[in-house]
Design a protein around this ligand. Structure first.
Ligand SMILES: [Zn+2]
Length: 241
């Protein structure tokens, strides 16, 4: 189905880095034939944020070249379908529930992996779904090798502090307060503190750091910021204790 639709959308105006296809337009998603600027890829259903993250990984990491033990938390189909097949990547996907490319149920705030195991972690729009996100960030830091990196993204509003309230529990209330039934908070400008508190060195790559022409070409939207986190090296090296 996707492959057939991709032919209908073949063109030159935009392109999807996740599947390499050149297109007339992005779409409304799923099997829709409706065009949407900066929407979903008609061939691989990548979202704007997946294309943005793909380009970031391509330009800022060795993921496409170096032998890499990769942990993908709640694997995003458009990325995982490629990474799981790449010869240099040893791929581990995890999720609380069953989804393609994921072992389950595995809770990101209590990972069943040894310390210093992975060279790289991808965690895209997951932490806002996790009740104890500080525990999850701690776990991501723990299982990463020293010198390893984690690409982390969350929906974020830099104009405010993180808004959360453990008293807000029901799906309806969470939708009202946090915008989605599944979300536990709206992150704000203190998000980096949560990452550094767990021990990460954090580089913020803002959406606006990507040139406009690239954003147009690959259908990237304005609020896709990347928190590129590195685990510091210690004199004791990568012990697995
Ligand atoms: Zn695509």
């Amino acid at each position: 189905m996707l492959a057939g639709r991709a032919i209908l959308f073949a063109g030159r105006r935009v392109s999807c880095p996740c599947c390499g296809w050149k297109l007339r337009s992005f779409t409304e998603g799923n099997t829709s034939l409706k065009m949407r600027k900066k929407g979903y890829c008609p061939r691989c259903n990548s979202k704007a944020r997946h294309r943005r993250n793909w380009l970031f990984l391509k330009n800022h990491t060795d993921l496409f070249k170096k032998p890499t033990q990769l942990l993908h938390v709640s694997p995003k189909y458009a990325l995982a379908r490629r990474f799981a097949k790449m010869a240099n990547i040893e791929f581990t996907g995890i999720d609380l529930e069953g989804r393609p490319f994921a072992e389950h149920p595995i809770d990101v705030s209590d990972l069943p992996f040894q310390t210093n195991k992975f060279d790289a972690i991808i965690c895209i729009h997951v932490l806002e779904h996790v009740v104890d996100d500080r525990a999850a960030i701690h776990e991501l830091h723990r299982v990463l090798k020293q010198g390893g990196w984690a690409l982390i993204t969350v929906p974020i509003d830099f104009q405010r502090k993180t808004y959360e309230d453990p008293a807000i529990q029901s799906a309806e209330a969470r939708k009202l307060h946090f915008g989605e039934e599944q979300h536990w908070r709206i992150y704000g400008n203190d998000f980096i503190d949560r990452l550094t508190t767990a021990g990460f060195d954090v580089e913020l790559n803002r959406a606006e750091d990507t040139p406009n022409s690239t954003q147009e070409r690959f259908g990237i939207i304005e609020n896709e910021h990347v928190f590129f986190c590195k685990k510091k090296r210690s004199p004791h090296g990568n012990t697995t204790q």
